[in-house]
Design a protein around this ligand. Sequence first.
Ligand SMILES: Nc1ncnc2c1ncn2[C@@H]1O[C@H](COP(=O)(O)OP(=O)(O)OP(=O)(O)O)[C@@H](O)[C@H]1O
Ligand SMILES: [Mg+2]
Length: 414
Amino acid sequence: MASVTYDKATRISPGSDKPAVDQLEIDIEDGESLVLVGPSGCGKSTSLRMLAGLEDVNGGAIRIGNRDVTHLPPKDRDIAMVFQNYALYPHMTVADNMGFVLKIAGVSKSEIRAKVEDAAKMLDLTEYLSRKPKALSGGQRQRVAMGRAIVREPQVFLMDEPLSNLDAKLRVQTRTQIASLQQRLGITTVYVTHDQVEALTMGDRVAVLKDGLLQRVDSPQNMYDRPANLFVAGFIGSPAMNLVEVPITDGGVKFGNSVVPVSREALAVAADKGDKTVTVGVRPEHFDIVEQNGGTAKTLTKAASDAPAGLPVTVNVVEELGADGYIYGSAEVGRLDQGPRRPRQRPPGAGEGHRAPRPPAPRRDPRLRHLHRRAPHRLTPSPAAVPPPARDRPPVRGGIPGRGPGDDGDAGHR
Ligand SMILES: Nc1ncnc2c1ncn2[C@@H]1O[C@H](COP(=O)(O)OP(=O)(O)OP(=O)(O)O)[C@@H](O)[C@H]1O
Ligand SMILES: [Mg+2]
């Protein structure tokens, strides 16, 4: 095991003047699992392949432990890589597939058998050791590919979308298996994915890339709760955060009929720049639903005290997903996602008017968010109604519907 350091590592592909990976700087601790995530073409695979030695590094350095491996061939780096398209040898048994690299390396037969059996036990493959790959399911084959990497006992595991060939159910199962295996083995791992759930669950930390540039490295929770910039805010989380540009008013921002408090710092930054508007980011689960004409905005500002509470939303589509439900709709204040509706609340029909009350004040208790995620329904805008990824505007956290501006913001969590 070893730490991994990308030290301003840069890759410029032949024939291109724009770096595929631009001065990447990440320190990955010994035993840590880091997830690289970002949109297609952002440089995830290139970063991984640079670490593996499959892609030249044109600037900066890469270190594994104390060794500078920047220009070492792959075989001297002590890494094992699992690709999306893992190719097993069809004519070999599972055991031979897993032990093949060790055989090439001249390891004794008895040692190979011991290592293969150990890995098979970890991966639940013992009963399949004498089968050929064609007699295995997709998930079992994927585990053989993992086994092939494990028997090498590398210092670093590199995985490039290893689950994307599996069906949804198998992906969930294998995802948890890989995560627990990584914890058990404690091998430093770099895991590439574009899957939101994998990004938030597979690593101790997440690194978000965009156009070859590192946006942020942070824990999954921080990434979700305190995104570093608008790109991260819009990218992390599914369904995506609503990013709505709203006017600044006394004490906060005007959001529908409500005034939502915004941090003084954010308002000060906007004032310094002479901005009249700020972008508010509201996670879908932080909206609450009230019936139309379900009350007035008496908890809001005096000026709005006679206005109906919340924000009228026209519902375009309702997606019932069993445990969750998403509502796609549009509203006058930009276009919005809404949060979970109350348990047993009747799902609104398409076209029905609803009010998504004020967005929330910052949450205080992280445990509440967990509860909140289990809320039976969530409401979001239609894909067409989602604002284009607002990548150039700073995010501002919103508040929770249904509470006065002075409340602590836990209102959205039931
Ligand atoms: N051999 C190459 N020659 C020229 N450009 C390349 C080469 N390999 C990759 N690129 C470019 O480098 C950029 C990063 O590619 P990379 O494969 O790392 O993206 P990615 O983040 O893994 O995307 P995906 O999610 O689609 O796999 C892309 O713009 C790609 O077109
Ligand atoms: Mg890739």
